[in-house]
Design a protein around this ligand. Structure first.
Ligand code: KMH
Ligand code: ZN
Length: 292
């Protein structure tokens, strides 16, 4: 699909948990594997095709434990058809080594942020050598990257990465414009249009508007031929004064908007074709345990 053209359907990604919110502050936030499975099933039924996954430990704290990640991937594969995209961003305090090790859990896809950005009062660090290492490991493991772009400079860095290291596994470039983070690009129509104009030919994009920018970003993304990411990682308020009940509520609204725009939610199967995702239920990745 050309970057400005409309595709037949809308890819809806749900980002249900993130690393920044405690369940005590958002009761609908899924933190256990059982929570994530129930969320995956409800969100798939509501129109999601991809889940962007952060896991928590037994205390509900953000974790990059590879065993927990593997168990989560297995449980979601068993109980849903969703494309499982693990976060390699983790929490701002996570080490590069731990973030690289996420790939050992053999997800279908993984996030790859294309530069360092202020993240509220923190810094979300993504050095160029780290980006290259992460990208090359995804190529070796045949994991599809989703390029997370928090500002316009990161669009240029994504292009530099592809020019330097070659195309991603699957051959298709898909990115997510993460908008409205304090420190990144604003969640406005103008910023979205500027970012989309800078994408390489043939790339597809989703957009995520953090906090109160959710709706303007979603509406602009749909008008620009793009796809949607929604979820409690990004948005905890459904409407002014009304907390989000659960992730499926946000997915259902995104599906309604997409249908209204004439591009209803894409099935997980169609999304696999668009993104070039490998079917790991039939054949494990080339570096999966026991293969080499
Ligand atoms: N939690 C943020 C620091 C990603 O998942 O790849 C980073 C993040 C991006 O959420
Ligand atoms: Zn994330």
């Amino acid at each position: 699909m050309a970057r400005s053209g409309a595709s037949a359907g809308t890819l809806i990604t749900v980002a249900p948990t993130g690393a920044e919110t405690a369940q005590a502050d958002a009761p609908g936030l899924p933190v256990t594997i059982a929570d994530l499975v129930a969320t995956g099933q409800a969100c798939q039924a509501a129109g999601a095709a991809v889940m962007h996954v952060h896991v928590r430990d037994d205390a509900g704290e953000p974790s990059l434990d590879v065993g927990r990640l593997r168990d989560t991937v297995a449980a979601l594969r068993e109980s849903t058809e969703l494309i499982i995209q693990l976060s390699t961003g983790g929490a701002v305090s996570d080490s590069e080594a731990d973030r690289l090790a996420v790939l050992e859990a053999e997800p279908d896809a993984a996030s790859l942020t294309c530069g360092t950005v202020n993240f509220g009062a923190d810094v979300f660090m993504n050095r160029w050598p780290f980006m290259v290492e992460l990208y090359q490991r995804m190529q070796e493991r045949e994991i599809v990257p989703e390029f997370e772009l928090f500002d316009l400079g990161q669009v240029a860095s994504m292009r530099r990465l592809i020019d330097t290291c070659g195309p991603p596994f699957g051959g298709h470039v898909h990115c997510d414009l993460v908008m409205g983070v304090p420190g990144g690009m604003p969640g406005t129509a103008q910023a979205l249009v500027a970012a989309v104009a800078a994408l390489p030919d043939g790339a597809t994009f989703s957009a995520t508007g953090v906090g109160r920018t959710t709706l303007p970003v979603a509406l602009t993304a749909l008008a620009a031929g793009g796809h949607l990411r929604v979820g409690m990682e990004d948005t905890l308020t459904f409407a002014p004064g009304e907390p989000v009940r659960d992730n499926a509520q946000l997915v259902a609204r995104a599906g309604d908007l997409a249908t209204l725009a004439g591009r209803p939610p894409m099935t997980p199967q169609d999304a696999r074709v668009m993104l070039g995702v490998r079917d790991r239920t039939r054949e494990p990745g080339p570096l999966a345990a026991g293969r080499r």
